[in-house]
Ligand binder design. Sequence first.
Ligand SMILES: Cc1ncc(COP(=O)(O)O)c(C=O)c1O
Length: 359
Amino acid sequence: MSLKISESILDTIGETPLVRLQKVIRSSPLASSLSHHQFFGKIEYFNPGGSVKDRIALAMIAAAEKRGELKAGGTIVEATAGNTGLGLALVAAVKGYKCIFVLPAKMSEEKRALLRAYGAKVVITPTGVEPENPLSHYSVAKKIATSLKEKTGNCFYANQYHNMDNMQLHYDVTGPEIWKQTKGEMDMFIAGVGTGGTLSGVAKYLKEQNKDIKIICTDPVGSILYDLFYHGKIVDPPGAYMVEGVGEDMLPDNCKLKLYDDFIKVTDQEAFQLTRKLATEEGLCVGPSSALILAGAMNYAAKVKKPSRIVVMMPDSGKSYLSKVFNDQWMVDNNLEKVETIKSAFNVEVMAEKELKNY
Ligand SMILES: Cc1ncc(COP(=O)(O)O)c(C=O)c1O
């Protein structure tokens, strides 16, 4: 860790730790097929906004300023699952811009409150509407941005799905960072795809260093990307799933399927249960998409004979999902965990008077 004083919080974005995953691998039902591999988590919640998206927020704003699209006092508009909004909001706070974010109703209340804490305006759209629908979060954000651009001439629509500054940042920064941390001794990189920026940018860089590094995408059941990769068209229509930040119902420009070697599908149940294990067994309170990616990594690696060093992207923090994955009742209500399993856990609240009788 660097001990220098930062000029602003923006200087602390990036250079996140790469942490060896141990107990969670040994306690997996697949443990005997995984013992010849090493798994490393790239822990992105060390970024000041709590996710990998701080990286692209800084890069997209810097590029927009350079192009003259965003000038002092301007407004940033984005359709975001929350994390990109947080990144943009903190960069905007430091640089003095206003922000309007449009997000689907399924996104957690913690994420919405945090966006508002940074001074942003939050607009909520219905969950599960098609991208072309005028009420989708993409359409609403676009409409607001177009109208503001016409009226003020100083509005930047970040457009993370199709803005190629996103993938470029991961090619310029995240890829080299991982390569340096592993000293080039790695065999596989696994991430999910929201916009595709992380996986595509990192993949492009790593493949240029060593074309044999395997690039794997973990996709939630319900996303269309797996079908597009294997069949070139949508076979199963997009379905609902609860993991936030990954999976798609359209193909973003930043998702370069040609750079990926393989896809693996993971269910909500697998992802949410593993999220809880990552916290209790590794001390890593990460979000469900991190566990989804790790579950995909373990399922994939169990079939790989060659001992491999596997880097697993862990995009954000579990603190944004306390009311969901770390809420026992929510897990049971959503059929993600059985009551008996939850009951055996230690994480129950007890009033001191009652507890003291045991001591
Ligand atoms: C919460 C979250 N945000 C972002 C990402 C990655 O995003 P992108 O494909 O947009 O780079 C992921 C993917 O793993 C994610 O889980």
